[in-house]
Design a protein around this ligand. Structure first.
Ligand code: PHE
Length: 448
């Protein structure tokens, strides 16, 4: 990969793949339950602040390193600095990618089960309000959840083995805009629900009395998770950007589209949460309890459900492909392993861990570490610790160690970058992002 590097042909291709990695279950499944658990409006506001003040500069930092060196995360650090100690950021990225792939595949497996149920008509039969909670719990605790996790990971492996650029990317360039349109239709539908205004108030009216350190850590973790940031995904992808791709514009576009999708998901879910008497703080199962009820009351609900779960499955695949690529690129480039072997190892590890995550809703539900089930532990460790920590180290590296000329040339592209913009981004990378992340960590540990 490092000898003959591919490049994205068009600007649309750049945006579609980067957004393809960012938009996924993080927006539609994780954002609503995090917002629900942390008080709604205040969480949303803080989240948006983190996305643009910390997320966008750190995306720029990953882009600068990726396109500036045209290497994977390890190669990028090695090219820019002689000290091998920075390669630990690369190891952290790999660990995070494996943890995320493991629990993410469980949720992607749930979408496959719901797609299956929509096709066979079981979803609708299960969606009477009384059954709503029980149906999900029974399914998630049973063996089918493990089965779908393994099926999803197998599909992911087949696509990785066949090469990413051909089928899946072309398909997702067309299908992701379709997902966007469908989300808007669902939003309009949710706005007509009886308790819509309660739901919207919950999502948009900030109640700062609910803010504590867990809100801050939750919002920061969600921002990094949703942007696929801090583990080298965007670094790897940007190593395929052409020299004329405008980095800042691409970073802002990715962050904005990703945020819009999350807000749309919130507008769909919360009116329904209040209308159907669900609990905003229900955790990972929230969306899967609420969606069947929404489809049940929509005209032609079965068709909408099939379309939605199919598109969500595809959106998940474009994300899991991007996270698997980190690990595969590492094995191929650093240990000279074949791509096939690297893919199989990555898949086998994720299948093992993924099974444990799936079982943590059933037979392993009593097995907890620090009060968290395996699923929640993997999620917390990766999203709330490894990704922000990776982002902090990447921003320190680019802000303090990387040559200023590289930053200027990469951000400016063919033109010149306006001075205030350069100063602003450098300030965020040198001071704002590292300090904010550190303070949030310390507050989470109850140190401040
Ligand atoms: N950003 C993806 C989503 O929101 C998840 C992801 C995390 C993808 C980390 C790659 C790396 O679904």
């Amino acid at each position: 990969m490092s000898t003959q590097r591919a490049q994205f042909g068009t600007r649309l291709g750049v945006i579609a793949t980067t957004v393809g990695s960012a938009v996924g279950l993080g927006n539609i499944w994780r954002f609503p339950y995090e917002a629900g658990a942390h008080g709604g409006g205040a969480f949303l506001l803080i989240y948006i602040g983190f996305i643009f003040l910390i997320g966008v500069p750190v995306i720029c930092a990953e882009f600068i390193m990726g396109r500036g060196t045209r290497r994977n995360i390890f190669g990028a650090f090695w090219t820019l600095h002689s000290c091998r100690c920075w390669s630990w950021v690369g190891y952290m990225g790999i660990l995070a990618s494996i943890l995320i792939l493991s629990f993410y595949s469980v949720v992607a497996g749930w979408t496959l089960e719901y797609l299956w149920q929509s096709i066979t008509g079981t979803l609708d039969a299960n969606s009477g309000t009384n059954n709503l909670h029980a149906a999900f719990d029974t399914f998630a605790a049973g063996p089918r959840s493990v089965m779908w996790t393994l099926i999803f990971l197998a599909v992911n492996a087949v696509i990785l083995l066949r090469g990413v650029r051909g089928g899946i990317e072309k398909a997702s360039n067309v299908l992701m805009p379709v997902l966007f349109v469908i989300l808007i239709i669902f939003c309009i539908n949710s706005l007509t629900l009886p308790q819509a205004s309660e739901g919207l108030q919950f999502l948009f009216k900030p109640d700062f009395s609910k803010v504590d350190s867990s809100t801050l850590i939750g919002a920061l973790g969600q921002a990094f998770f949703s942007l696929s940031l801090g583990l080298g995904t965007l670094m790897t992808y940007s190593s395929y950007f052409s020299d004329s791709t405008p980095l800042i514009k691409s970073a802002v576009t990715t962050a904005s589209l990703d945020t819009i999708v999350a807000i749309l998901a919130g507008i769909i879910i919360f009116p329904a949460v209040f209308t159907y008497g669900c609990e905003p703080a229900a955790g990972p199962k929230l969306v899967f309890e609420v969606l069947p009820a929404i489809f049940h009351q929509m005209p032609g609900g079965a068709i909408w459900a099939i379309l939605f779960f199919f598109l969500l499955f595809l959106a998940s695949l474009t994300s899991t492909i991007s996270m698997s690529e980190i690990c595969i690129a590492f094995f191929c480039e650093q240990t000279k392993m074949s791509r096939r072997r690297a893919t199989l190892i990555n898949t086998a590890i994720a299948m093992g861990f993924g099974t444990l995550c799936a079982l943590s809703f059933g037979s392993l539900s009593d097995f907890t570490i620090a009060g968290l089930s395996v699923f929640n532990l993997f999620d917390y460790l990766s999203s709330n610790i490894l990704l922000p920590l990776g982002g902090m180290l990447i921003s320190i590296f680019v802000g303090w160690i990387v040559d200023r000329n590289l930053i200027r040339n990469q951000l400016g592209g063919s033109g010149r970058i306006p001075r205030p913009l350069l100063t602003g981004i450098t300030f965020c990378l040198r001071y704002l992002a590292p300090t904010a992340i550190l303070l949030i960590f310390l507050s989470g540990l109850d140190i401040i």
